[in-house]
Design a protein around this ligand. Structure first.
Ligand code: ZN
Length: 490
């Protein structure tokens, strides 16, 4: 198994343009209409100079890394043109699944570029899980990479050069990419690079006058970006975001990213069927979506602020687990069909426990003297599990994880049961490690070791390898705890 290429930030500029080996994407929304919307996105994909083949297969993602669901983004895509290197029009044929076959008229005339459009208005109307959709709103375009970028089969591992333009009649609109964040966002076109298609697809783009971005701190550079269709107070949000990110970097010992962006999208609902509670984590950003009425303001209670901080910490924790340390199925990612994953209980359960444990290191105990992590284990894991149906509790954890691989949020009982059981497993391991080492060792050390192991081995871990990695880091055997939680609950 291969992990995504490290982000290439400056290596591309060293390569002469004549030897273009990267895939180039140019992206621009359509002109803003009288309604203030720019609801169609135009994308041109240029193949590398060394590609050389007269035909290609274009593929649009139908699965989201960590989305644990299928979303047929291809239904919003129209491939409008394709050209060979001589400039001649190439043929375009819709294939089965999210595929298009594109062929040059002459075998001696290699394919050079493919142009397509993405209907953002149709996407937002039809994808009712608000967090899975790109959107065009008044004075704002927000794009999730995997919902707008297609790839040419066989070129997923190539480096990517991306050129982003604002709508043609709004060339002064600020443009922001999580691949190359800047605050404030600069007006007009910008360029960015990504190490491969995964990193492009896992990035986000914002444009328009209706979002704001600020840099909270340096090394790693932390950005806060907000698009809110109602009141949202960044003075209240910023310190909580910073606290959450700092706690996680301290917990894992180092930041694996040079910069990180936490994006908030507080929205008015498109329809009563649309939901906006789910957030999504990415290699170097987290996108947190909610209803405009749920935005944090000066009037927010302590409980709301605490929930907000935990939610940020939870999604930032995923930058380590599973984005840079995962079981099989996460990398290389299967874009056309959501992969079945055996270890969502670890990605979500241990990931969330790590967030709680990291905050526990920096926050005071609760009113009754319990550490923060203990209160969170109660509310987030025990109470959640208590309300879940028996058939999900009895299911072996790997089987439940495979089920949740496509149903996680669609039937959130699967997601909640899998993360709660994983979180309680993590808690029990941590308790044993702390008591057996008299407080000298803890799960944090085991997770740091697992992240280091993944960096060294550059492959996915198998479940069976976990106890040895954890025990080497802490001197504490936890295999029996893992085995008991993997079995169905009695
Ligand atoms: Zn999560």
């Amino acid at each position: 198994m291969r992990f995504p290429a490290a982000l290439v930030v400056c290596a591309l500029s060293a390569a002469p343009l004549s030897a273009q080996t990267s895939v180039r994407y140019a992206l621009a929304p359509s002109a803003v209409g009288a309604d203030g919307l720019s609801s169609v996105l135009r994308v041109t994909l240029a193949l590398p100079r060394d590609a050389g083949a007269p035909s290609a297969t274009l593929i649009m993602p139908r699965a989201i890394p960590m989305g644990y669901a299928q979303v047929a983004y291809d239904q919003f895509v129209t491939v409008t043109a394709a050209r060979s290197r001589s400039g001649a029009a190439a043929s375009i044929k819709r294939g089965e699944g999210p595929r298009w076959s594109v062929a040059s008229a002459s075998a001696a005339d290699p394919l050079a570029s493919i142009e397509y459009e993405v209907d953002l208005a149709a996407m937002e109307a039809n994808v009712v899980a608000g967090g899975d959709s790109s959107r065009a709103r008044d004075g704002f375009v927000g794009l999730l990479g995997y919902s707008v970028f297609a790839y040419v089969e066989g070129f997923e591992d190539r480096a990517v050069e991306l050129a982003i333009s604002p709508p043609p009649n709004r060339l002064d609109w600020p443009v922001f990419s999580t691949l190359a964040p800047k605050a404030p966002a600069l007006p007009g076109p910008m360029k960015a690079v990504a190490g491969d298609f995964y990193n492009l697809a896992d990035s986000q783009i914002l444009m328009g006058p209706r979002f704001r971005v600020r840099k909270l701190k340096a090394a790693p550079d932390l950005f806060l970006a907000i698009h809110a269709e109602g009141p949202a107070d960044e003075e209240v949000m910023a310190p909580l975001v910073e606290e959450a990110v700092d706690a996680l970097v301290r917990y894992f010992g180092a930041a694996p990213f040079p910069h990180f962006t936490v994006l908030f999208d507080y929205l008015k609902p498109v329809s009563p069927r649309h939901t906006y509670g789910f957030s999504m984590e990415h290699m170097q950003s987290a996108t947190i979506g909610a209803l405009a009425s749920a935005a944090l303001t000066a009037k927010s209670t302590d409980r709301e602020r605490s929930g907000f901080r935990y939610n940020v910490a939870h999604h930032v924790a995923h930058a380590w687990i599973p984005k840079r340390c995962a079981g099989e199925g996460y990398f290389p990612f299967r874009w056309e069909l959501a992969p079945l994953i055996d270890t969502i209980w670890l990605s979500e359960g241990f990931g969330q426990y790590a967030a709680a444990d990291a905050l526990s290191d920096v926050l005071p105990p609760s009113a009754d003297g319990r550490p923060y992590r203990e209160a969170l284990v109660q509310t987030r894991f025990r109470n959640t599990l208590r309300d879940m149906p028996d058939f999900l509790k009895r299911m072996p954890l790997v089987e439940l994880s495979r089920t949740a691989s496509t149903f996680y949020s669609e039937d959130f009982r699967t997601g909640r049961t899998v993360f709660a059981r994983g979180g309680l497993m993590a808690w029990e391991m941590d308790e044993r490690m702390r008591s057996a080492t008299r407080g000298q060792g803890r799960l944090r050390d085991a997770l740091r070791a697992l992240v280091a192991w993944s960096g060294r081995e550059k492959r996915a871990f198998s479940i069976d390898e976990l106890p040895a990695i954890f025990s080497a880091a802490t001197g504490v055997d936890t295999r029996d705890i893992m085995d008991r939680w993997l079995a169905g609950m009695k």
